[in-house]
Design a protein around this ligand. Structure first.
Ligand SMILES: Cc1cc2nc3c(=O)[nH]c(=O)nc-3n(C[C@H](O)[C@H](O)[C@H](O)COP(=O)(O)O)c2cc1C
Length: 371
């Protein structure tokens, strides 16, 4: 097989104070390996290996803000408290030591359950729902909302103080912020609810504005968004480009520099009825509509998407070809890689060296490598 020319993936990019050596981003991936929420040396070594493998930017696994019920698993790392923040300092120092750049993915799991574990405090969500018709937790009052917004701001300030290069706000996949976006889980009749995406994005906008206040003008803010929800993969928040603009443009105006548009397969067109089967993907449309820098993601280097994740086999060279094509059209700016980077910390370096035949797929055994 002939090797693929991937030079387009290895152009540098500067986003405000963040200088990236290439366009490959490690996607945020929850690991549940932080005992009692505190990252340790094994966590630092895990991220350091990916930095040493030449990935341009690392986004951490989701790490939760300081709210009593912000996580749904005991070993999800916290991004608050002295011990956890000291652990994160070890992580960013290790990543910088290997020449990497990194931001934490700031998270609140809202009403999403993961297994049987329950936080000590009541679960919180916009309207006491985890999905349309599925009651869980309690609807947030004004003070819970204000405290949550403040908690995101505090976490972002801590990220900057510890030396992280950026932060990503997790607004995707049906977790708290996305539960506000989603009409099916946001039935509020106050100013955080409403019939339009623009109205329902108010909570997210206020978080972004608070984070911007906390980090200053030059520190890049990323926000991850997704049409789909883990509760219902068929949901599309925005059915049209106009609705997408209504949703995302206010976020950019509030201070988001980079939109990270989560898709399961990056080559799938977002609005094929508008620009055809080879049309722009979610990140492509987000860039076109808002002018923001965008990150795409979904099955790079693999033959199976994330829901068939654990069977994604093969070197995925077909997806690499498609990626290069879209990058050459400047459809989006950065590409996140998830499972391929779990399987092989050196994935980026191997792609750059043209060792495409030696890239691994992903299989369940790779999960053992998470440590
Ligand atoms: C084990 C695992 C954990 C994940 N955890 C998160 C997470 O914490 N936050 C998030 O936004 N996405 C999470 N995702 C989704 C990934 O970031 C990514 O979007 C998805 O795996 C698709 O990319 P891939 O096909 O390259 O793996 C996770 C995915 C996997 C496989």
């Amino acid at each position: 097989m002939t090797s693929i020319d991937t030079n387009v993936l290895f152009r540098p990019l500067t986003i405000k104070s963040l200088e990236l050596k290439n366009r490959i981003v490690m996607a945020p991936m929850t690991r549940n390996f932080s005992p009692n929420g505190v990252p340790n040396e094994a966590n630092a070594a895990y991220y350091q290996r990916r930095a040493a493998g030449q990935v341009g930017l690392i986004l951490s696994e989701g790490t939760v803000v300081d709210r009593p019920a912000s996580r749904n698993e005991p070993n999800v790392p916290m991004f608050h408290g002295e011990a956890a923040l000291a652990g994160w300092k070890g992580v960013i120092d290790a990543v910088h030591g290997a020449g990497g750049r990194m931001g934490p993915q700031l998270w609140h799991t809202g009403a999403v359950r993961s297994g049987e574990w329950e936080p000590e405090a009541p679960v919180e969500s916009p309207s006491g729902l985890n999905a349309p018709g599925a009651a869980r937790g309690q609807a947030m009052g004004d003070s819970a909302i204000a405290d949550t917004i403040a908690a995101f701001g505090k976490a972002a300030a801590d990220a900057k103080r510890l030396g992280f290069d950026t932060v990503e706000i997790h607004g995707a996949h049906g977790y708290l912020i996305d539960q506000f976006f989603w009409a099916g889980t946001n039935l509020r009749d106050d100013r955080y609810g409403g019939a339009t995406l623009k109205e329902r994005s108010r909570f997210a906008r206020e978080i972004v504005a608070e984070v911007r206040k906390a980090v200053g003008a030059e520190f890049p803010i990323i926000m991850r968004v997704s049409q789909w929800k883990q509760q219902d993969l068929t949901v599309r928040l925005a059915e049209t480009p106009a609705a997408m603009s209504d949703w995302l443009l206010p976020l950019v105006e509030a201070g988001v520099d980079v939109l990270h548009c989560s898709q399961r397969r990056f080559w799938e067109p977002e609005f094929p009825e508008v620009d055809g089967e080879n049309g722009l993907n979610a990140a492509g449309w987000a860039k076109k509509l808002t002018g923001a820098t965008t990150i795409s993601v979904g099955s790079v280097g693999l033959d199976g998407d994330v829901l068939n994740a654990f069977q994604g086999k093969g070197s995925g060279t077909m997806s690499l070809n498609r990626l290069v094509e879209r990058m050459e059209r400047d459809e989006f700016d950065l590409i996140a890689v998830g499972r391929a980077l779990i399987s092989d910390p050196a994935w980026t370096a191997k792609v750059q060296r043209g060792e495409h035949e030696s890239l691994k797929g992903f299989d369940a055994a790779a999960l053992a490598e998470l440590i």
